[in-house]
Ligand binder design. Structure first.
Ligand code: ZN
Length: 332
């Protein structure tokens, strides 16, 4: 009598039986073989330079005591990647405060000079206010990275900028920033460095190595809307290369002298490898649309920690609006 065998699907569950283990063993062996072949192929691909796994770029940790490479070919840096279109409609709130002199105004009749002079004692009080209220100061490049590529920003964000490269920014502002653990961005006029009342190149390099950002404020601090296209290109692009030669690495931020720019100037800035440029147009909100004329808040002699507190908590300025052609007539 012929034994009636159950279907195959039921037989595999039987506890024993050499005749049934045959096909199963073959399948297991084939599976092991496929896994081994895949692993060998993957390791060969990695050894040949393949990149199956993308790693997140890590920002280098900078230490002022580590000397930079001695040779850097200024101007050799490729243009930064374009801003990510997915972030184009995003609005960023981070007030950029604008300082000029940190001094006691030496000439009382110089009204503009008085307005632009924050005394060292007042500056100390303002920076202490930021530290005590848990603000974290980012550089303009860090802010630009956030707007362009979505890198993280601190919850209580502020950016501190210093225009023109005056010597008192080195002697009075820098020690105070370091005391409170704050980073600033210093916009240097390359033709003024080493001149009386301005920082020397050595001081600029020291500020750079102390963790400050060095930005570009042209060669001669001229109104860029009054120059020929060739002069504009020199002031915007050549000044960047000169400053890069002195600090030994690329620089990424630009500030318009007296805050003045027009479409030609904006185009030159876009072609020169900057991540962002700051204007003197008032505002605390930013977007990719306003990357090349980021709004700032001017801190004057009359400001106090209380007025600063108001700026730091007020959202204003239209970062999606058209670029204004005319700007503040006061110094920048
Ligand atoms: Zn200026």
């Amino acid at each position: 009598m012929t034994e009636r065998r159950p279907p195959y699907s039921k037989r595999v569950s039987r506890p024993s039986g050499a005749r049934d283990r045959g096909p199963l063993s073959v399948m297991l062996a084939l599976l092991v073989l496929v896994v081994v072949v895949f692993a060998v192929t993957l390791s060969l691909a990695l050894a040949a330079g393949g990149h199956p796994v993308k790693r997140l770029a890590q920002a280098p940790i900078r230490h002022s005591h580590v000397p930079r490479p001695r040779i850097y070919r200024a101007g050799s840096e490729p243009l930064p990647p374009p801003p990510h279109p997915r972030l184009a409609s995003r609005e960023t709130f981070c007030p950029i405060l604008m300082f000029h002199y940190i001094r006691i105004n030496p000439v009382p009749s110089d009204i503009l000079g008085l307005h632009l002079s924050v005394t060292p004692a007042e500056f100390n009080a303002e920076m202490r206010f930021l530290r005590n209220n848990n603000y974290q100061a980012v550089t303009i490049s860090q802010l630009a990275d956030h707007i362009r590529y979505g890198t993280a920003l601190p919850a209580k964000c502020v950016a501190l900028t210093f225009d023109d490269g005056y010597e008192d920014q080195y002697t009075a502002a820098l020690p105070t920033l370091l005391r409170y653990g704050l980073r600033g961005t210093f916009f240097i006029v390359s033709g003024f460095a080493n001149q009386p009342r301005y920082m020397t190149w050595k001081q600029i390099r020291t500020a750079d190595q102390d963790g400050m950002e060095i930005g570009v404020h042209t060669i001669h601090h001229l109104d860029l809307t009054t120059l020929t296209p060739w002069q504009d290109w020199q002031e915007i692009h050549h000044s960047k290369i000169v400053i890069e030669q002195h600090v030994g690495h690329p620089v990424y931020s630009f500030a318009y002298p007296s805050g003045r720019y027009n479409q030609l100037v904006l185009n030159d800035v876009g072609k020169s490898g900057y991540l962002a440029a700051v204007s003197t147009d008032p505002g605390t909100l930013h977007s990719q649309r306003s990357l090349n004329y980021l709004f700032r808040v001017r801190i004057l002699n009359s400001d106090t920690p209380q007025t600063m507190d108001w700026y730091l908590n007020t959202r204003f300025g239209n970062p999606f609006g058209p670029a204004p052609q005319l700007v503040s007539p006061t110094g920048g």
